[in-house]
Each structure stands twice: as structure tokens, then as C-alpha cells.
Design a protein around this ligand. Structure first.
Ligand SMILES: Cc1cc2nc3c(=O)[nH]c(=O)nc-3n(C[C@H](O)[C@H](O)[C@H](O)COP(=O)(O)O)c2cc1C
Length: 164
């Protein structure tokens, strides 16, 4: 037994879930960020939550537009989604910069990443600032399975994506 830091525990408690949050700002520009801190919240009235950094771009867009899509990431798209974790949508048009293709579907106000697995169309239900992140509770408006392929998880303290 030894005491470890909270930061170390984040790495050691992995692998962690991983998905792509897609948003669209008021001008219609789409953006993608990778997220590990997400969870199911309510099954009957479908709700999910995710936590985004108060320094990031995505949270501010959701506060304004109230909408997002969440996409499980397959091996086919993991490299491109990982690139979306390296910079901010406030400075970079990631869709153009990384050549990402998006698909639109009925019931989704925000597009999904082509080649993703399970995708959820989400609307903001509630948010709460929690330290350096904000918790977004999102109503699930529609759920689809784009590609029936295994999704990747985050290993080694969010450094590596692989299927289990
Ligand atoms: C595996 C992995 C998991 C991540 N999980 C989160 C997360 O749960 N919350 C968060 O705010 N950032 C997370 N990030 C970092 C964001 O994806 C990154 O800061 C991104 O550039 C934010 O984009 P934005 O500023 O366009 O919103 C993660 C990064 C990686 C590589």
C-alpha cells in the first residue's frame, strides 16, 4: 500500500471511456474534442454527462447553442480524433485542418463523425461548474449505431487509444 496523487490515480484507474464531442457554433462551424470523462446518468429519461475543461472551447459553445453530438470512436477514426485533442476550436478549424468527414442524420442538430460507432444526439439539460471543469448533463434525443465495430478506450493516462 502507498499513497498516490489524484493525478496518478487517473492514469492507474484506466483504461477509460473515450468519445468525440461534436459541436457547432452559432456561425455553423463544427468542432470536435476528445472526452474521457463521460458517463450514463439516467436510463428511462435518457441522460448522459460529460466534463469539459473551463479553459477549452467546446463548453462555451454548448452553453450558447445547447446542442452536441457524442460519438464513440472506432479504430478507423481514432488518429483523426486524437489530433482534435491537440488544439482548440477557438484557434483551429479542426474539420478542415485534419480532413475530417462529418455525416448528418435525422434527429441530429449537430453532425456526427463519419466512421464512428454509437452516436447520441444531445441537448443541454443542466450544467454545473466543478473545479477546473464544468459538468454538462445532456438529454439524449436520439441514439444511432453508425458502424458496428469495436470502440477504442484511453490507456496510459489518456496517452494511447486502443480497443480492449
Ligand atoms: C484520451 C483523451 C481524453 C480526454 N478527455 C478529456 C475530458 O474528459 N475533458 C476535457 O475537458 N478534455 C479532455 N481531453 C482534452 C481535450 O480533448 C483537448 O483539450 C481539446 O483540445 C479541447 O478542444 P476544444 O478546446 O476545441 O474544446 C482529452 C484528451 C485525450 C487525448
Amino acid at each position: 500500500m502507498k499513497e498516490i496523487s489524484f493525478g496518478q490515480s487517473a492514469a492507474l484507474s484506466g483504461p477509460h471511456l473515450f468519445a468525440a464531442i461534436v459541436t457547432r457554433n452559432e456561425a455553423g462551424q463544427a468542432n470536435i474534442m476528445g472526452v474521457s470523462w463521460f458517463s450514463f446518468v439516467s436510463m428511462k429519461d435518457g441522460k448522459l454527462l460529460f466534463c469539459t475543461s473551463n479553459k477549452g472551447y467546446t463548453g462555451g459553445v454548448i452553453q450558447k447553442t445547447k446542442k452536441a453530438s457524442l460519438c464513440m470512436v472506432t479504430e478507423d477514426i481514432k488518429e483523426k480524433v486524437l489530433q482534435c485533442c491537440t488544439c482548440s476550436g477557438s484557434a483551429t478549424n479542426k474539420i478542415e485542418a485534419f480532413g475530417i468527414s462529418l455525416d448528418t442524420y435525422d434527429g441530429f442538430d449537430v453532425p456526427v463523425v463519419s466512421g464512428a460507432g454509437v452516436c447520441w444526439a444531445l441537448e443541454l439539460s443542466d450544467s454545473m461548474i466543478a473545479g477546473d471543469h464544468t459538468i454538462y448533463v445532456m438529454d439524449v434525443k436520439k441514439t444511432i449505431l453508425l458502424e458496428d465495430k469495436p470502440h477504442v478506450m484511453a490507456f496510459d493516462g489518456y496517452k494511447r487509444l486502443a480497443t480492449v
